[in-house]
Design a protein around this ligand. Structure first.
Ligand code: XMP
Length: 513
């Protein structure tokens, strides 16, 4: 019996794999294909439905990516999202223009409850908008099923032809009933029955790694964060002692973190791993001296990491594979697909052109953070490790704006330790997805005792998110923020001011660099 499948046509937006993953959550197999995929090939795949993704272009420009118009004649239901909705409108004779008012962020959309897409959805529902163009006029035969005060066609459909479109993004968590809409599309419009259960990702991956690696030697870049820890334990299960984990203390870790990682994964820990700790603080500080530009910092840190691994690999001898805990948002935000580059995540875009390993193995490359945590639980990794907040590969290097120095690292480590302690004391550590202190490059005048100070401002950041692709500022009670501020200015030398970053993502990012 053939398996039901929905395909996502990728027009270069940020959320392409996320759409596929949301469809998989509905128990329907889903994969992403490029927008240029020939219509004949799509017909051969016989999908039950097709989803057009968003993208950064303007559908009415000649050079913009569009698919063949024949796709609308296949008789397969199509859902166009954001740019995908504009492609549908443009190709079918509607009008797409630059919107007089762009819409970004949470927006109340009035939807037509009669539409199958919005079955069971509240008539005024919160949706995530992110667009500068809009559909000014729907194509003939379509009717409008969603509106906002500034967007005349926030959703449209032609049910007779199975064509549906939303200007907003149902796939992101900030669209309150987005999962319901996607589920309506695949079940009520495409007629899927939900015949796919997520294979045990872990088992499949372990098997694939065994086949790939054979009896080769493997080196794993272990940072102690959730991603690399899960990657290391998967590898350990797959190839046992053929694996050596190298933990580089680059001097950009949180306070005491080096020792904590060693306690869990080192010789005294429960995993019986070959574990090497490399203390490379000075080496990294030297490389980073005088560098202020964020992308350059990321690349320098990424490259130095690889060099350290290569050296360790040479000491071990005949190492073929390098394992990294890269996850999907790292890949997409580094711009390796067709999406715009946001920043070079250190595991991906930060890699030097030449890497002295036969191959890099990234078993988590297609997973999102919460899927990685789920995989970690399946592997029996303790909950406190699995649910810990993420920490970026370049570490405090991207939480210190401007040049990194040992003195600044100490300031941000101390401030961050206080912040984390107070967040935990307030019982907020389980409800905030990621929180940390960063060091702004700003110094300002203050007064302490009877003396003038001219010191740094620490920025506190805290966000809630599930997928880390979009995020909102966490609402921390004022008295908690005040307690942190008091402790930081009193206990951390070199700081006389504390600010709280209120920005969501977009337009900000979670890290400051
Ligand atoms: P941004 O700042 O891009 O962060 O909104 C999204 C998530 O990714 C983490 N992050 C990184 N993780 N290497 C990593 O392994 C990196 O270079 C990197 N940069 C950001 C960030 O902490 C957040 O969880």
């Amino acid at each position: 019996m053939s398996q039901e499948k929905v395909i996502v046509l990728d027009f270069g937006g940020q959320y392409n794999q996320l759409i596929a993953r949301r469809v998989r959550e509905c128990n329907i197999y889903c994969e992403v294909h490029p927008y240029q995929t020939p219509v004949d090939k799509i017909r051969e795949m016989s999908p039950k439905g097709i989803i057009f993704t968003g993208g950064p272009n303007s559908a009415y420009l000649d050079e913009s990516p569009v698919c063949s118009k024949e796709i609308f004649e296949l008789g397969i239901p199509i859902l166009g999202i954001c740019y995908g909705s504009q492609v549908m409108a443009h190709l079918l004779g509607g009008s797409v223009k630059t919107a007089p008012t762009s819409e970004y962020g949470k927006t109340e959309v009035t939807v037509d409850a009669e539409s199958k897409l919005f079955d069971g959805v509240h008539p005024n529902t919160i949706c995530w908008m992110s667009h500068t163009d809009y559909i000014e006029k729907a194509p003939d035969g379509f009717h409008i099923t969603g509106r906002t005060p500034v967007c005349p066609v926030a959703a449209m459909e032609c049910p007779q032809r199975g064509l549906y479109a939303t200007q907003f993004h149902p796939e992101v968590m900030h669209t309150a009933e987005g999962q319901k809409m996607l589920s309506n599309f695949v079940y009520k419009i495409c007629g899927c029955t939900g015949d796919w259960k997520m294979d045990s990702f872990v088992e499949k991956t372990i098997q694939e790694i065994r086949e790939k690696v054979g009896d080769g030697k493997v080196l794993c870049a272990l940072s102690g964060g959730v991603d690399s820890s899960v990657a290391a334990v998967i590898l350990a299960k797959a190839v046992g002692k053929q694996l050596t984990c190298v933990f580089v203390d680059h001097g950009l870790l949180r306070k005491n973190e080096g020792d904590e990682v060693e306690a869990v994964f080192g010789p005294e820990g429960p995993y019986n791993l070959n574990f090497i700790r490399v203390n490379a603080q000075e080496r990294f500080y030297k490389k980073l001296a005088g560098i202020e530009e964020p992308e350059t910092k990321r690349k320098v840190i990424g490259e130095e990491f690889i060099r350290v691994f290569e050296e360790e690999a040479k000491k071990i001898g005949a190492v073929d594979y390098l394992v990294q805990g890269t996850i999907y948002p790292d890949v997409i935000e580094s711009g390796l697909g067709k999406s715009a580059t946001i920043k070079s995540h250190h595991n991906v875009g930060g890699l030097p052109d030449y890497v002295d390993f036969k191959e890099i193995v990234e078993p988590l490359r297609l997973l999102f953070k919460d899927e990685v945590r789920q995989a970690g639980r399946e592997l029996g990794i303790p909950e406190h490790l699995v649910s810990r907040q993420p920490f970026p590969g370049p570490g405090l290097g991207i939480r210190i704006i401007g040049e990194v120095t040992a003195e600044k690292v100490k300031i941000v480590q101390d401030a961050d330790a206080i912040y984390r302690e107070e967040i935990a004391n307030a019982g907020l550590d389980k409800v905030i997805s990621q929180y940390f202190a960063a060091l702004t490059n700003m110094r300002s005048v203050g007064v302490m005792g009877d003396g003038r100070t001219y010191d740094y401002a620490v920025a506190l950041r805290a966000v809630t998110t599930t997928d880390f692709m979009t995020a909102e500022c966490a609402e921390i009670p004022f008295e908690v923020l005040q307690r942190v501020m008091n402790r930081v200015v009193n206990e951390v030398k070199g700081v006389n001011r504390v600010v709280y970053d209120l920005t969501s993502k977009p337009p900000g990012t979670i890290e400051l660099e």
